[in-house]
Design a protein around this ligand. Structure first.
Ligand SMILES: CC(C)(COP(=O)(O)OP(=O)(O)OC[C@H]1O[C@@H](n2cnc3c(N)ncnc32)[C@H](O)[C@@H]1OP(=O)(O)O)[C@@H](O)C(=O)NCCC(=O)NCCS
Length: 157
């Protein structure tokens, strides 16, 4: 009975692993539910095939419920996108995903990580600030709706 219960719990407990090209449709679905301009499956599959792109996914019960994707070059990385499926937000999952992703980036020799985030995007700003990112620039009117983008940076290691 205990085995059955622990198997059941393990099956639904979120876990993080590297994403694969076959994850493109699930990542595209979360991306389009999360951003005004969603990336298509082809675009995402292409990114997942690139050697300098590092991507992690979070799954629960065999279903992909979030992802993070960075491009790495010359010891620097840019986080291109991170999103959690709407029904799974607010549970600290993006924090776990970002922590593991940053450890992996550090492990392959990345020294600094950059990203752009909407200044009004409260959950994302909190996520990054808590993870030690600091503002290094501001781009006024950067987004289509005129919103400001913050440029954030964190040094690793
Ligand atoms: C940003 C995003 C990835 C956060 O994922 P999440 O798993 O829900 O976040 P967490 O539960 O780890 O919470 C992260 C922080 O945001 C806070 N937060 C969560 N929901 C919030 C809300 N609606 N308003 C304000 N803060 C919020 C949490 O309290 C936490 O901060 P804390 O550690 O100081 O308490 C998720 O909201 C998302 O997918 N948004 C759409 C895509 C997006 O905007 N991506 C970022 C682009 S740069």
């Amino acid at each position: 009975m205990m085995n059955f219960v622990s198997r059941l719990l393990n099956r639904s407990a979120p876990s993080i692993s590297e994403a694969r090209p076959a994850d493109a449709p699930a990542i595209a679905a979360i991306h389009s539910a999360s951003f005004q301009r969603g990336w298509g499956e082809d675009e995402i599959q292409q990114l997942l095939l690139e050697r300098d792109v590092v991507t992690h996914r979070i799954t629960a019960g065999g279903k992909l419920i979030g992802f993070i994707l960075s491009r790495v070059a010359a010891g620097e990385a840019e986080i291109l996108s991170v999103a959690i499926s709407p029904g799974w937000r607010g549970r600290g999952l993006s924090r776990q995903l970002l922590d593991l992703h940053l450890r992996r980036l550090a492990g392959i020799g990345t020294r600094s990580v950059f990203l752009e985030v909407g200044a009004q995007n409260a959950p994302a700003c909190r996520l990054y600030r808590r993870a030690g990112f600091q503002e290094v620039g501001r781009r006024h009117g950067y987004y289509e709706d005129g919103a400001t983008a913050l440029v954030l940076r964190r040094d690793l290691g």
